[in-house]
Design a protein around this ligand. Structure first.
Ligand SMILES: [Zn+2]
Length: 828
């Protein structure tokens, strides 16, 4: 699963804030396998009006090893009509107990280990009525979701989709809902004939029923875990590609059919790439990807049937800036190997799924777009972990409050970096051979982290317990201070590496120290393994640079005490993405030094667009000489850079120059096909000519806009607009899909609401924010943050009230927004 973290909310979460710490004593053991699933045959029919599903399921099981006469199944919030055992062509009713969550079934006799039997259950699933024990209805683990089931919301399609991970598919099908179970399946879904369906495996039959419905049968002949079951229903265009004769398809809303290949079209090449590096050809019968409305959880790797949230559907103009969903496409696809083919045996070991999916984003970028792109992805993911503030957690955790907490920056981002360092340590060839061994040894089974270690040990012949103990079964990361002492008399350089992280833990780090004289590099492999290590190297002439962690692969926070001259050399000769980035960063912090500015100026033409933008962020416009010298370079980037994301930033910066020529350029660029160029131009224009910006923003708000442009239109309208412009802003806000972008804009939108006089407009604005808040499942922790935005409206209105004579209107507005803060969260 790819969790689209709401950044503010996640940073706000902290285990220390939790009052109940009883989880610290609760060891999360792997679920005992008493009975094993063998095959799941399901007939299911949907009742849109009630948001129910009527199911009949035939579960074939067998005792795992020991004989048993009982069967425990997960079945959440169901109405159970009957349970029986299948005996040839007849059935025999079974006794059972049901508490709304778990079915305890007494079998007709004792079954021996490995002896198959089939249980039949007739039931109704009521996903909207599932209750957590002694609590209100839940919104975040309904398993089965009906979107606009009765067509009441205009402009919104009617859809059904499921989300199983972690243990929610047992809301719509009784099963053993644990990741260490695997089953083959045959799902027959009866749906209105006008819709298409998607499920795991192959579509083997379609039958019209004569009552306006149709029954589609999907078959999975290879076993997989219940949390990977999937059903999707809706009005979709299906665009078909293929990989080695297997169907690869993209389910998108009809208006996105023309751009579906631009979004998903690299999938077959990714399948070939991942098949090649793992040495395991794509294992499943087909691969489909579907986009769903109101799906907040990013994306989910249901076997052969990945589900993506709406953000995947980008229009042609958004795609001008690049496909920002491609990493997610890689992530979910790599799960088809790591997660679906070999599955974590417990949520404690979740990183066995997520570290690989996360790392696939780096691997794909490196392969497809070059080493800089891969390194940039690796660096960004590392920052995601470092900024998450969760460095105390172990990667594999046997103690946690709720299993959903495992889906964090440790399991994902840190796990990915641990794989990256491991790859550097053992080498590419051993790394990928070990992955192959892990996959082939554990295929169609569940695994734990030690099984990954054993695969690496068998391939490399090395004992790797230290690596697993340090990184998988321990927390934290090294914080390094690196100093250099050059002794010209002795002709020696001493490299002093201090580990400054809190606590007793000392990391063992195999790294390269590269010593440069001019373009010549001499590499030294060393082990950092003490609180303080000193490494001494002889030289004949004083080195221009000593570069610790020459491959820039370490997961670390470091204070690297190099000089500006060292960094200038590093930028030019060391050459990795991070070598260059560090040099730009240092120069940017010392921009007053002419040599530092020279470095930044060089970096404005870096071969990697992300670093050109990073260098642009370091231009200091308060310094006249820099401002002047940068002008022709920025103007050139604004007009001619091949990447729209660089042109966008450069165009925005032109507003720092009071030149009519640039004003014309900004006015023109407001209509650029790239949303980021248009958005930055609009904001730039608002600085040099607010009136023109306002005119442009009003005109643009009437048309289509998304992403950066929507954000910029709203900013300009909010800054310079009048109350009359509010409807346009509110409409644009309401149309934005649930996600980070909308979340980021919400404070600005609330600021605008606080300035409204019209109570009707005011209420409409507040309603739009509340609708957004209530559409996000509670687990994201966003609700209270949005309530704080709403409270800021109250504060501003209270202040405004003091300045007017007639306080009635403002008081009505204050009361209205107060009534919307907090309260019971409703799901979608
Ligand atoms: Zn994932």
């Amino acid at each position: 699963m790819l969790v689209c973290f709401f950044v503010i909310a996640v940073n706000g979460q902290d285990d220390n804030a939790r009052q109940d710490t009883s989880w610290k004593k609760k060891y999360r053991e792997t679920h005992e396998q008493v009975n094993d699933l063998v095959h799941t045959k399901l007939d299911i029919k949907f009742d849109y009006a009630k948001a129910y599903a009527y199911g009949k399921v035939w579960l074939t099981l067998k005792p795992h090893f020991y004989s048993t006469q009982s069967l425990q199944l997960d079945a959440k919030g169901m109405e159970i009509k009957s349970i029986s055992i299948v005996k040839g062509k007849s059935t025999l009713p079974l006794k059972y107990e049901y508490d709304g969550f778990v079915l305890q079934i007494a079998l007709d006799k004792t079954y021996k280990g490995g002896e198959n039997y089939t249980v039949y259950i007739d039931y109704t699933a009521k996903p909207n009525e599932v209750k957590v024990k002694g609590s209100a209805a839940i919104n975040d683990a309904k398993g089965l979701y009906f979107v606009n089931p009765n067509g009441e919301e205009k402009d919104k399609p009617t859809q059904i989709w499921t989300q199983g991970e972690t243990e929610a598919n047992s809301v719509w099908v009784p099963t053993i809902d644990k990741p260490n179970q695997k089953t083959t399946q045959e799902f027959s879904m009866t749906v209105p004939d006008k819709y298409v369906t998607l499920s795991n495996g192959k579509l083997t039959g379609q039958k019209k029923n004569g009552d306006g419905t149709r029954t589609d049968t999907w078959k999975m002949d290879l076993p997989h875990a219940p949390y990977l079951f999937f059903m999707g229903v809706g009005d979709y265009s299906i665009i078909k590609d293929s990989y080695k004769g297997k169907e690869v398809s993209y389910y998108v809303e009809k208006e996105y059919a023309p751009v579906a290949r631009k979004i998903f079209g690299n999938t077959p090449e990714m399948m070939a790439f991942f098949s090649r590096i793992t040495g395991v050809d794509y294992p499943w019968v087909k691969y489909a990807q579907m986009v769903a409305r109101d799906y907040v959880s990013g994306a989910m790797e249901n076997t052969t049937a990945t589900l993506h949230q709406e953000s995947a559907q980008q229009d042609a103009r958004e795609l001008v800036d690049g496909n920002n969903w491609e990493s997610t496409i890689a992530h979910e696809l790599f799960h088809q190997w790591f997660g679906d083919y070999v599955t974590t045996e417990s949520w404690s070991n979740l990183t066995l799924n997520e570290s690989f999916a996360n790392y696939s984003e780096t691997l794909w970028d490196e392969y497809k777009y070059g080493k800089d792109a891969g390194d940039a992805q690796n660096f960004n993911d590392m920052q995601g972990y470092l900024q998450s503030g969760s460095d105390k957690k172990d990667l594999v955790r046997f103690y946690y409050g709720d299993k959903e907490e495992m889906f964090d920056a440790v399991s994902y981002n840190k796990g990915g970096r641990i794989l990256h360092m491991l790859r550097n340590y053992v080498g590419d060839s051993a790394f990928f051979k070990s992955l192959n061994l892990y996959l082939t040894t554990n295929k169609f089974k569940a695994a734990e982290a030690q099984q990954l270690r054993l695969a690496f040990e068998e391939v490399t012949g090395r004992d790797l317990s230290w690596y697993w103990n340090q990184w998988y079964f321990g927390g934290g990361h090294p914080k390094l201070t690196i100093d250099y002492v050059y002794d010209d008399n002795a002709k020696k350089v001493h490299v002093i590496i201090k580990q400054t992280q809190a606590g007793d833990k000392v990391f063992r780090l195999p790294i390269a120290i590269d010593i440069y004289n001019g373009a010549t590099k001499k590499r030294n492999q060393v082990w950092v393994e003490n609180k303080i290590d000193t490494f001494s190297f002889d030289y004949t002439s004083k080195p221009d640079l000593v570069n610790v962690d020459g491959d820039k692969m370490l997961l670390t926070e470091k204070k690297d005490n190099k000089t500006l001259d060292n960094y200038i050399h590093q930028y030019k000769y060391a050459g990795n993405y991070l070598d260059r980035r560090e040099a730009i960063d240092f120069a940017g912090r010392n921009i007053g030094d002419p040599k530092a500015w020279e470095l930044v100026k060089t970096a404005l033409k870096d071969k990697y667009p992300g670093l050109r933008n990073f260098a642009l962020s370091k231009v200091d416009f308060r310094k006249e000489n820099i401002k002047k010298e940068a002008e022709p370079i920025i103007a050139d980037l604004a007009k001619n850079d091949p990447k729209s994301i660089v042109r966008a930033v450069a165009i925005g910066l032109l507003s720092n120059y009071n030149s009519p020529e640039y004003k014309d350029l900004l006015i023109k660029a407001v209509n650029d096909s790239s949303y980021s160029v248009a958005g930055n131009a609009l904001e730039g224009l608002s600085k040099v000519d607010p009136a023109s910006a306002m005119t442009a923003a009003k005109k643009l708000s009437a048309g289509e806009s998304k992403g950066k442009l929507t954000e910029s239109i709203m900013k300009v309208l909010i800054k310079s607009g009048t109350e009359a412009d509010f409807d346009a802003v509110a409409k644009a806000y309401d149309k934005m899909p649930l996600g980070q972008e909308k979340f980021n804009l919400t404070p600005t939108f609330c600021d605008l609401i606080s300035k409204l006089n019209s109570t009707d407009k005011f209420k409409a604005g507040v309603d739009a924010v509340v609708k957004f808040r209530d559409g996000i499942p509670e687990q994201y922790g966003v609700g209270p943050v949005i309530d704080n935005f709403l409270k800021s409206i109250v504060t501003k209105k209270e202040a405004a009230k003091n300045l007017v004579e007639n306080k009635t209107t403002i008081q009505e507005q204050i009361d209205y927004v107060k009534g919307k803060i907090g309260g019971e969260r409703k799901g979608f």
